[in-house]
Ligand binder design. Structure first.
Ligand SMILES: Nc1nc2c(ncn2[C@@H]2O[C@H](COP(=O)(O)OP(=O)(O)OP(=O)(O)O)[C@@H](O)[C@H]2O)c(=O)[nH]1
Ligand SMILES: [Mg+2]
Length: 354
């Protein structure tokens, strides 16, 4: 999963990027990439059972970007590259400055301002496509002409929402419009995680603050997290006992990185399944309600193509049984076919031929 960190100038994007990834890049003007593990107690438990040579948890990729103002500034030189990167994201993590009085009072308009900037970029994407469609219409044959005319109409409809300052993620699109929007990679169509960057003083009452912010800002495709960026970044530079001691002091027990990863999973409707063995215990990420073949494809396209069947047991049933042999006796270890919908926590062995 790729999450692009965006926001207004000096909101704490790079600070939060470092807190999430433990990659320290303050002052970087371009794109920085870092990874974070998705916390999962189940993979730890499976590791103690299998004692594998390696354990690979699910990961989130975070990319830090310059401020939206720096991206859209004429002649800044970064626009194309950064906008392409944002277009490729699965989700946007919008950092909202919330660590001083002035920022707190302007946060509502800051959230709207960033959306407006994204909408302006989207209108540019649509207009470039419209020009292209007009060009293609010149030499098009009749069936092609029909399709292009339909696309022209859809482009107008979608652009109209943006003109009215409605982000595409808030619009109920028709199936054909959805397909177009996903081809255009519109920025305002992407699920958004709003991360309010709160101060050290506010950290003590983070949970209440987060509930309050959720009430004000949560929407269908918009999740809200409150996070004390500065403290989390400092904690991310520590390890082991030192980190624990300081976390205790601040009363922040779960890392910001873990909380953001969980919120992203919720936002995107993602689940985990596991593959286990003496060599490797590994977590994989798929969308909720994915077919077994799609899950197989996450591991390797050959496994998807040559899929025969899947041996499946839920994590809970496996823990109840203790061993795979006992699970077979219990009848909880089962064979599933191509139409099986993978559940969160499934332990799967794919049978396939190449
Ligand atoms: N007090 C406080 N200061 C913070 C916090 N987060 C960031 N800052 C400060 O705000 C300034 C900007 O932080 P950055 O993380 O560089 O912000 P940014 O959004 O990456 O900035 P640009 O990339 O220049 O737009 C720095 O001086 C930080 O020390 C916070 O949680 N609390
Ligand atoms: Mg920065």
């Amino acid at each position: 999963m790729d999450t692009l960190i965006i926001g207004l100038a000096q909101s704490g994007k790079s600070t939060i990027f470092s807190a999430l990834t433990r990659v320290f890049n303050l002052g970087n003007r371009g794109l920085s990439v870092g990874m974070a593990k998705v916390p999962d107690i189940r993979i730890e438990k499976l590791t103690t059972i299998y004692n594998p040579r390696k354990t690979i948890p699910a990961e989130v990729k975070y990319v830090d970007t310059p401020s939206i103002g720096d991206i859209t500034k004429q002649g800044s030189g970064v626009a194309g590259e950064v906008i392409n990167a944002i277009q490729g994201a699965d989700a946007l993590l919008h950092v909202v400055r919330y660590f001083d009085e002035e920022a707190i009072s302007s946060s509502e308009s800051d959230v709207a301002t960033l959306d407006l900037e994204l909408m302006t970029i989207d209108i540019g994407i649509l207009d470039r496509r419209a020009t292209r469609v007009t060009d293609m219409l010149k030499g098009a044959r009749s069936e092609e002409r029909l399709r292009l005319n339909q696309e022209e109409e859809s482009l107008k409809v979608i652009r109209n929402y943006l003109e009215q300052e409605i982000p595409i993620r808030d619009v109920a699109l028709s199936e054909s419009e959805k397909l177009l929007v996903s081809n255009y990679n519109l920025l305002t169509a992407k699920p958004m995680l709003l991360v309010f960057n709160i101060s050290e003083d506010q950290a003590q009452k983070m949970d209440d603050l987060e509930t309050n912010l959720k009430n004000r800002f949560s929407q269908d495709k918009r999740e809200v997290v409150a996070l004390a960026g500065q403290i989390e970044m400092e904690l991310a530079q520590l390890e082991g006992e030192d980190e624990e001691m300081f976390r205790e002091e601040y009363g922040i027990y779960e890392t910001g990185s873990d909380r953001v990863a969980k919120a992203s999973f919720n936002l995107l409707g993602l689940i985990s399944f596991f593959t286990v063995g003496e060599d490797e215990v590994r977590a994989w990420t798929v969308e909720y309600n994915s077919l077994s073949t799609k899950a197989a494809g996450k591991i390797h396209s050959d496994i998807e193509r040559g899929f025969i069947r899947a041996e499946v047991i839920s994590y809970d049933d496996f823990l109840d049984a203790g061993t795979m042999n006992q699970a077979k006796k219990n009848g909880t270890f089962r064979m599933e076919g191509k139409d099986y919908l993978v559940k969160d926590g499934d332990i799967i062995n794919f049978l396939f031929n190449v």
